[in-house]
Ligand binder design. Structure first.
Ligand code: SF4
Ligand code: SF4
Length: 425
């Protein structure tokens, strides 16, 4: 059985902990605000291990559920990082929302994020306040002439810059942002992607500049050529080229030599990545329907005998109302449903009867009730099986495969429902 590491360390910043402390990347940041010549985030191949790639993208609430499952499966994880698949600071709500979820789950977990640095000056304060202690910034050039060959464009708000102007703008923000997070006492690693023929002669200049800003460690990474990108035909640097580059940079800064070029959904120890194994669970979590938790402590269930979820929404003449109790789940009461017929008005009345419920568990439903109830903040979930299973899925995110995120057009009721609400009526 996996053991919780005694001392919580960041395995990328501290090589001595790489065999005992792991990391999980939560893929919650799909947007990016710059365009690097080596990046294409469209591919997802489980055999492909590189930044920018993820099996799914999660919302902060889904990420919280995913993280709690991952920590149970792999307690050696000591770092929760946000590393894409775009740029975390181009998705600030998702990034900070997720970091808050992570800290709620485990206040001792190390918070980490990787960014291109464009928005670092703006968010340095919020990063520190959110409990992040380790930041990685990718700096590929400290000369805008070289930067202009790497970045196609840089977007800040509605303004898009290109060419040298873009590279200059990005570099200014990277330098200002690194200074700002160092002033806040954070550990900073700089990643430099080595692109033969473009910035391979520039490693010492980057290392020297980063050292002057107080950066803690430099990670010179080989560029992985990706088909369809401007650098698709550039040959990947050889191990000898990488070692020569690191040796030059080492005159200025400690070097990271154990980087694994992780995916945006990496999970596990650096040398024992389990993202392939956790991929199906990640996809399951990405399917969880966002449920309105505000003032909605209960769950409504359509059941014939009180054991199974086995009634279609339109058939149920009453709903059991369940809530979460310290010892499990508690049946609060049974509420009568409005009489059949009445179409939209019937579902509005049901929404009002179930206004304290976060979800309604049923064996099927039609399009009209789905639209009406969801507009009123109720989530309809189709499932079959024991009521307890459904409640565990809604309240605890357990056994999520039992719940189906399904559009009402896929309703399986056999008799006479055209999805227009009439068949449910
Ligand atoms: Fe891709 Fe990252 Fe560059 Fe954005 S910053 S273009 S996600 S490599
Ligand atoms: Fe650590 Fe490198 Fe993986 Fe980032 S890509 S988490 S630095 S091993």
């Amino acid at each position: 059985m996996n053991a919780q590491p005694k001392t919580v360390k960041h395995p990328c910043f501290d090589k001595s902990s790489e065999g005992v402390c792991g990391r999980v990347h939560l893929p919650v940041a799909p947007q990016c605000n710059i365009k690097c010549g080596y990046c294409d985030r469209r591919h997802d191949c489980v055999n492909e291990s590189r930044p920018g790639v993820s099996t799914a993208v999660l919302t902060p609430a889904q990420a919280g559920i995913y993280l709690s499952g991952i920590l149970a499966k792999e307690p050696r994880i000591s770092v929760v990082g946000i590393a894409g698949p775009g740029d975390p600071l181009a998705n600030p709500e998702e990034t900070f929302g997720t970091l808050r979820e992570a800290k709620k789950l485990n206040p001792n977990i190390i918070g980490c994020l990787s960014t291109n640095g464009l928005m670092l000056p703006k968010y340095a304060g919020e990063i520190a306040e959110s409990g992040v202690t380790h930041v990685t910034v990718t700096v590929n050039a400290v000369d805008p002439e070289i930067g202009a060959k790497i970045y196609a464009w840089v977007r800040d708000g509605k303004v898009i810059r290109r060419g040298r102007e873009a590279a200059e703008y990005l570099l200014e923000r990277q330098l200002e942002g690194i200074r700002a997070v160092k002033e806040k006492g954070l550990k900073v690693k700089v990643n430099m992607i080595l692109i033969p023929g473009v910035n391979d002669h520039h490693v010492e200049a980057v290392a020297e500049k980063m050292a002057s800003l107080g950066v803690d460690v430099l990670n010179v990474m080989p560029m992985a050529p990706v088909a369809g990108t401007p650098f698709e035909n550039v040959l990947e640097p050889t191990p000898e080229m990488m070692e020569a580059a690191r040796a030059k940079a080492e005159k200025f800064l400690p070097q990271m030599r154990h980087c694994r070029r992780c995916r945006a959904d990496a999970a596990g120890l650096l040398g024992e990545d389990r993202s392939r194994e956790f991929g199906p669970y990640l996809k399951e979590c990405a399917e969880i329907i966002p449920i309105d938790l505000r003032n909605r402590p209960n769950v409504a269930v359509a059941t014939r005998e009180g054991l199974l979820i086995n009634q279609h929404l339109g058939e149920a003449d009453s709903f059991q109302i369940w809530s979460k109790a310290p010892e499990g789940f508690k049946l609060v009461e049974t509420r009568k449903a409005p009489p059949s017929g009445g179409n939209v008005e019937r579902w509005k009345e049901l929404a009002s009867i179930l206004s304290d419920c976060r979800a309604v568990l049923v064996s099927g439903f039609g399009k009209v009730p789905e639209a009406v109830l969801e507009a009123e903040g109720l989530t309809l979930l189709e499932m079959s099986g024991f009521i307890d299973m459904g409640l565990s899925a809604v309240y605890e995110g357990k056994g999520l495969g039992a719940l189906k995120k399904r559009s009402a057009s896929g309703c399986r009721k056999s008799s006479g429902c055209g999805g227009d609400g009439g068949g449910c009526g």
